[in-house]
Design a protein around this ligand. Structure first.
Ligand code: MBD
Ligand code: FE
Length: 283
């Protein structure tokens, strides 16, 4: 694999995301998909494709270009990236439509299991010279009746000040800006980290090619990813954004929600501090 130190390629991120997906058990497992559902859903999906071809009079050159591009998506390992950017938001909303408690958002392609466990007041693993504005995220995990959830876990991961995720960019050390924070006996936590930058879909792979050829933009607003869990409760997979940030109203992955926007306040010590409480419903 050819690499450039300062600009990780889509090929690396894509292939790593495919590997991460194969070993992850975050969302459901095999065995839940019946033949009836396969038939119903795939028939509807193909109906949509056929209707699009007819409505828009799709030509043979366009069909061949699409086929070539789909092959490239697989060969480059970008299926997790492509699907999580353009499809997952709809699945997330459908799955949460009757859910109480905190709003969720999409998981995305860059979660890694097994991050280091950290106490309720902690600093995420970072380089000695980690660039970026210091940020504190503090709050409490409760259930839908208002009861604190002692020892709730906050699995948190986010991009660095240049928009890169550890595990998916060769120049970022493993485990950087990732941790599983264990809330205290009162469900409280206070996590020190740095402010992430907006994320740009890699421009050198097929997902980037599609975005460029369609004249769209490749940006997600700056965000923190979290999975908040406590035994006996439905885990919440979510993302937190920053008020006033770029791309907040035009996320390429359509994964923002007004309830998920933080408003960090500058502290006397120069750090920015945001408060956010999580509410879980019984499983
Ligand atoms: C990301 O960082 C992300 O969160 C999603 C959903 C898709 C691509 C990159
Ligand atoms: Fe992300």
């Amino acid at each position: 694999m050819s690499t450039t130190e300062e600009s990780p390629t889509a090929a690396q991120a894509g292939a790593s995301a495919t590997r991460a997906f194969r070993t992850s058990r975050q969302h459901g497992t095999a065995g839940e998909v019946t033949p009836e559902r396969v038939s119903t859903v795939v028939t509807a999906l193909l109906d949509g494709v056929h209707r699009t071809i007819r409505t828009h009079q799709v030509t043979y050159p366009e069909y061949v270009a699409a086929k070539r591009w789909l092959i490239e998506v697989g060969e480059s390992g970008e299926w997790p990236l492509l699907l999580d950017v353009f499809v997952e938001h709809e699945v997330e909303e459908v799955s949460a439509q009757h859910q109480q408690g905190s709003k969720g958002s999409i998981l995305g392609p860059y979660h890694l299991p097994g991050a280091v466990r950290l106490p309720s007041v902690c600093t995420l693993p970072m380089r000695a010279d980690e660039p970026g504005t210091p940020l504190v995220l503090a709050g409490q995990v409760r259930d839908t009746t208002g009861k604190a959830l002692p020892g709730a876990e906050l699995d948190i991961w986010h991009a660095d000040d240049a928009g890169y995720y550890s595990g998916f960019a060769p120049h970022v050390p493993d485990g950087n800006l990732r941790g599983v924070v264990v809330a205290d006996d009162d469900g409280h936590f206070e996590i020190s980290t740095i402010q992430p930058a907006p994320y740009q879909i890699p421009t050198d792979g097929p997902t980037g090619t599609l975005i460029e050829r369609a004249g769209w933009h490749p940006w997600r607003p700056a965000h923190l990813h979290l999975i908040v869990r406590s035994p006996g409760y439905r885990p919440i997979t979510t993302q937190l954004y920053f008020t006033g940030g770029d791309w907040l109203d035009s996320d390429v992955a359509k994964a923002t929600k007004p309830e998920l926007v933080l408003d960090p306040r500058p502290q006397p010590d120069g750090r920015r501090r945001a408060e956010y409480d999580f509410v879980l419903e019984p499983a």
